[in-house]
Ligand binder design. Structure first.
Ligand code: FE2
Length: 298
């Protein structure tokens, strides 16, 4: 396949600092230059939240807020709906809507997931894992290539949180990601909480997973909290983004950053969203880790 090539370095135009997912309840605080809790270095939005606001892109309060915030902070577009793993291929209308938004806002980064959400015509709310086979790798790489060509830029693909594995898989998730990155020139959005959830549910060691990650692949990191349910069969880890980042995730993050150097890092807190000060306290924790690494890598 003749795909977009990119250099291994310089994956990200986001600053190697900490950002937050943009929530309406924090708009005013972010725009306040004198807010006592300060400002994140960048924000992330789900572009699908802006698809339905107006057919002629640009109208409506969500766009007015995003325009104001994107004028002062870099914005990352974290897509949750391309469904790159759908057997029918991604929906062309969705790709065109994403392209139009990228043209308007010129985001610092564009990403989606190593997953599928139904088919090109019907959607599930979930990000479901794909089998790690040569056939699905060929298909997924074609979809990533299609997006990158249409947008004229590199995208990042996020490792999923998994609750099941396919018997037919022929390779590990990290082997699949390595080959995908090699073939398409895409980068990795490394979600460390997802690694904890996946290895907790399916077995395996998070440390081993992370040791297979080449830092040069990584254009962005996600940190989040998860829930744990106790069942007779053992604990079930649920990627709910509804609490502070767990100690386990902080430890793995610090260890990875010590090896990789500073990387753009997002605090993902999407349900039971806390007040701005609580969220910014998480930002400060991540920034302390990044600051320490920036001295070591200077
Ligand atoms: Fe994530």
């Amino acid at each position: 396949m003749d795909m977009i090539a990119s250099s291994a370095s310089g994956l990200s135009s986001l600053p190697p600092k900490t950002g937050i997912g943009l929530k309406p309840q924090h708009y005013d605080a972010i725009l306040d230059p004198d807010h006592p809790s300060g400002r994140p270095f960048w924000v992330e939005v789900h572009p699908q939240n802006y698809f339905g606001v107006s057919d002629s892109i640009g109208a409506g309060p969500p766009h007015r807020w995003l325009s104001a915030i994107s004028a002062i902070l870099p914005v990352s577009f974290h897509s949750v709906g391309l469904s790159l793993g759908s057997a029918e291929g991604l929906n062309n209308g969705d790709l065109e809507r994403l392209a139009a938004l990228c043209e308007r806002y010129n985001p610092a980064m564009v990403s989606d997931h190593l997953s599928f959400s139904g088919n090109a015509h019907d959607r599930f709310a979930d990000l479901l894992p794909v089998p790690y086979t040569k056939e699905s790798l060929n298909h997924f790489a074609l979809q990533v290539d299609r997006v990158q060509r249409r947008l004229g830029r590199q995208m990042l693909i996020e490792n999923p949180s998994c609750y099941l594995a396919y018997r037919d898989s022929q390779m590990s998730e990290t082997e699949f990601l390595a080959e995908l990155i090699h073939r398409t020139g895409c980068g990795l959005l490394l979600d460390i909480n997802n690694i904890v959830v996946t290895t907790g549910n399916l077995g395996g060691a998070a440390e081993e997973y992370l040791s297979a990650i080449d830092p040069d692949w990584v254009g962005e990191i996600h940190l989040a909290g998860h829930a744990t349910e106790q069942h007779d069969s053992g604990p079930l880890y649920i990627d709910d983004h509804g609490s502070a980042v767990s100690e386990r995730v902080w430890q793995l993050y610090a260890h990875f950053i010590q090896r990789a150097g500073p990387k753009p890092t997002l605090i993902e807190w999407d349900t039971d969203v806390p007040d701005y000060a609580t969220l910014m306290a998480e930002v400060a924790k991540a920034d302390a880790v990044l600051m320490e690494a920036s001295h070591a890598f200077a």
